[in-house]
Design a protein around this ligand. Structure first.
Ligand code: PLP
Length: 319
């Protein structure tokens, strides 16, 4: 028997730091939220999710995240089961129960997950008992990602292409990340520290596993067109901040030539917000990490959320 046979419910609960999770109508210890192996989310990736974070224990843009969750559910024709307001209030209930478990200078990812549910014996997409709904928190990987803010992200572009919109819209945040995972595995085989940014099927840069891509050239910010990428809430935040700072922002096709010749490159994501890129396929980008426009956007983001997330990461660097 494997080592898990010696685990008690108490030891499993200790591993989760005592956190609780909403699981199909109840708030339970994480160790008790057990998804069936016949759940279509597990069997086929037939599920969606959405994730925001806290800044100094305050949740960020929950309304926008729930709105995106509902758009993903509608696209996949999965019943949300709960109203948007119920998702928001249960999210806050789970977060408030879990906040006392982390230090004041730590923060959470906060995620809603909805699968189509447990498969019925038929082969069509019907389920028994309705969708599986989970709302959970996980501490951010601040220590693991701290060097990215000091050194910048090393981007590698793998050969595998991002799922095209005519196959499955990349605007949907589905559980099926295989395309992005395959890209990331290929990039990491070339450089274990790399973050993959996949090309779309026309050879333009698209996005990575959990991040949107931006270049800055001659004072103009560019990001791939919205049809080809997830509409990142951080992407949207940075685009509004750019407008407020009077920096032109364009959504257009960006190829490898544009990327390696950019003055600055940065990624946006819920956990990182804005994070500088130091190289693309081994070609060094810009003179400083972060470059001036990346820094201006980062400072504007810090002002908006009223929390210095860069210092939060950098404080975790080993001495
Ligand atoms: N692109 C993909 C494929 C993602 O999964 C994510 C993260 O959720 C992002 C981009 C960035 O989106 P956000 O800024 O909302 O985290």
């Amino acid at each position: 028997m494997g080592s898990e046979s010696s685990q008690t419910p108490q030891s499993r609960q200790a591993e989760t730091g005592g956190r609780v999770v909403y699981f199909n109508g109840e708030i339970v210890p994480e160790a008790e939220a057990l998804v069936s192996f016949r759940d279509r989310g597990f069997k086929y990736g037939d599920a969606v999710f959405d994730t925001t974070r806290t800044f100094g224990h305050e949740i960020f843009r929950l309304d926008e995240h729930i709105d995106r969750l509902f758009k993903s559910l509608r696209y996949l024709q999965i019943d949300p089961v709960l109203s948007a307001d119920e998702y928001k209030s249960i999210t806050m209930e789970v977060l408030e129960a879990n906040l006392p478990l982390i230090a004041g200078d730590n923060d959470y990812w906060v995620t809603q997950r909805v699968s189509r549910g447990i498969d019925s014996p038929d082969i069509d997409a019907t389920t028994e008992g309705g969708p599986t709904v989970i709302i959970e928190c996980l501490p951010l990987p601040l220590k693991e990602r701290a060097t990215l803010f000091r050194d910048g992200i090393e981007v590698v572009i793998p050969s595998i292409r991002r799922t095209p919109p005519d196959a499955l819209s990349p605007r949907v945040k589905t559980n099926n990340y295989l395309n992005l995972i395959m890209g990331d595995l290929e990039a990491k085989a070339r450089n274990p520290k790399a973050w993959a940014i996949l090309l779309d099927s026309s050879g333009n840069l698209a996005e990575g596993i959990g991040s949107n891509f931006f270049t800055v050239t001659d004072g103009v910010i560019r990001t791939p067109r919205s049809r080809f990428v997830l509409g990142g809430i951080s992407r949207d935040t940075v685009m509004s901040l750019g407008k407020q700072l009077d920096i032109p922002i364009i959504e257009e096709d960006i190829d490898l030539y544009d990327a390696v010749n950019a003055d600055e490159v940065f990624l946006t994501s819920t956990s990182l917000c804005v994070c500088p890129v130091s190289s693309v396929n081994g070609v060094k980008i810009g003179a400083d990490i972060p470059g001036p426009i990346t820094k201006a956007l980062t400072n504007a983001y810090i002002d908006l959320v009223d929390y210095d997330f860069v210092s939060q990461y950098l404080s975790r660097l080993e001495a």
